[in-house]
Design a protein around this ligand. Structure first.
Ligand code: SF4
Ligand code: FES
Length: 370
């Protein structure tokens, strides 16, 4: 890992993800939150968040993503949005919709909320409520979507896709258009946190992945000018890894509910890193500190990345994926065809998609709350 004192000051972050709470009425097995969730008693209060938003804006952050857990589980969500707007941040609410209603959405609108990203677990109550582990959730989400359309919030649908719903991709796109979304993020599940624990149950088949690529290509023509379609293909089926977080410590930071500042949502699985807390340390100090410097840029990269022409494109891939699959956060992301571990990823996919699908392990706060 690099010594932070040797590097010139990094460019400021552009985006900040604020995990306001890990509480959530849903229990999605694909959740990327850490398996060890943070309990309500450890959450920061409104004034602490407001101070951090001001620090973030002073540091250069432009966009704030209010996330969780379910951010609407915070009774002070409207005040939090107000504070973010007063700090001059663009605010995006990432929500399942559960906990919102017409009155609360009107208040969020008055507070200056700029954008909503609504998750979709499935296109009907049967599948959506089974995946979300919450009976009646789909019906309530549809009511919330109607209120979002009434107010006119710019809306993105966030559909996490996996073995259980990839075949419904055409219906998912149609529903997003019907709900008035301007954009849909078709995000094949990334195996971090609870999703990693549920990997065998969620792993799509190669046939599903190939079909999904065709559906997306066709839908981009069908919905051109109406619905923008972002497609995040499943990592394990790719030849090269993604540039996770656009490169570690390059453009974004995540704040956990208790104020811990992370270079990405899964960074706590990496041993040897210690994370500073925005309750005690200014954000600018943390951004320039050792956890963010650890894998910043490309100087630290091992071979084969160091002599690879893609090293400034993907920065060797995802550190947490390297950690989860090889036990070494400094390794080349094993998804890469040039990684010595790629054959193990292929064996893993074959094993998981060839075996009977195990039951979900639903996300639960009481499974190991801090
Ligand atoms: Fe990316 Fe490293 Fe693979 Fe090159 S060898 S494509 S830099 S992960
Ligand atoms: Fe941590 Fe990719 S999720 S670097």
């Amino acid at each position: 890992m690099k010594d932070a004192t040797q590097s010139p000051a990094p460019a400021p972050p552009l985006a900040m993800l604020a995990e306001l709470t890990h509480r959530c009425p849903l229990a999605c097995p694909y959740c990327s939150n850490p398996v060890e969730l943070t309990g309500k008693q450890a959450e920061m209060g409104t004034a602490e968040w407001a101070r951090i938003f001001a620090e973030a804006a002073a540091l250069g952050v432009l966009q704030l993503h209010l996330s969780g857990g379910e951010p609407a589980s915070r009774p002070d969500l409207v005040q939090i949005v107000q504070a973010a707007r007063e700090a001059g941040l663009y605010t995006n609410l990432i929500t399942s919709g559960i906990g919102l209603n017409a009155r609360r959405l009107d208040e969020l609108d008055a507070a200056g909320l700029d954008h909503i990203q609504l998750s979709l677990q499935g296109t009907g109550a049967d599948i959506a409520d089974r995946i979300g582990g919450y009976s009646g959730g789909f019906a309530r989400k549809m009511q919330v979507a109607a209120q979002i359309a009434r107010i006119g919030f710019p809306l993105t649908i966030n559909a996490v896709m996996h073995r259980h719903n990839l075949d419904d991709l055409p219906a998912t796109l149609a529903l997003a258009a019907e709900l008035g979304a301007r954009r849909i993020e078709v995000a094949c599940v990334q195996f971090q946190g609870w999703a990693l624990r549920n990997r065998a149950a969620l792993q799509p088949t190669r046939a599903q992945v190939d079909q999904a690529k065709q559906v997306v290509a066709e839908a981009r023509r069908t919905y051109a000018g109406r619905l923008a379609i972002d497609f995040v293909p499943p990592d394990y089926f790719a030849d090269f890894p993604k540039a996770c977080m656009n490169g570690w410590g390059s453009t974004g930071l995540n704040i956990a509910p208790d104020g811990k500042v992370l270079p990405c949502h899964a960074a706590e699985i990496i041993p040897g890193l210690s994370f500073q807390n925005a309750r005690e340390t200014p954000l600018a100090t943390i951004w320039n500190g050792p956890a963010f410097a650890a894998f910043r840029g490309s100087d630290w990269l091992p071979e084969p990345c160091q002599s690879c022409e893609r090293r400034e494109i993907d920065f060797g891939g995802c550190r947490c994926q390297a950690m989860a699959l090889t036990g070494d956060a400094r390794a080349t992301d094993p998804v890469c065809r040039r990684s010595p571990h790629r054959a193990e990823v292929d064996r893993l996919i074959a094993g998981e998609t060839g075996a009977p699908t195990p039951d979900f392990i639903y996300r639960r706060l009481d499974a190991g709350a801090r």
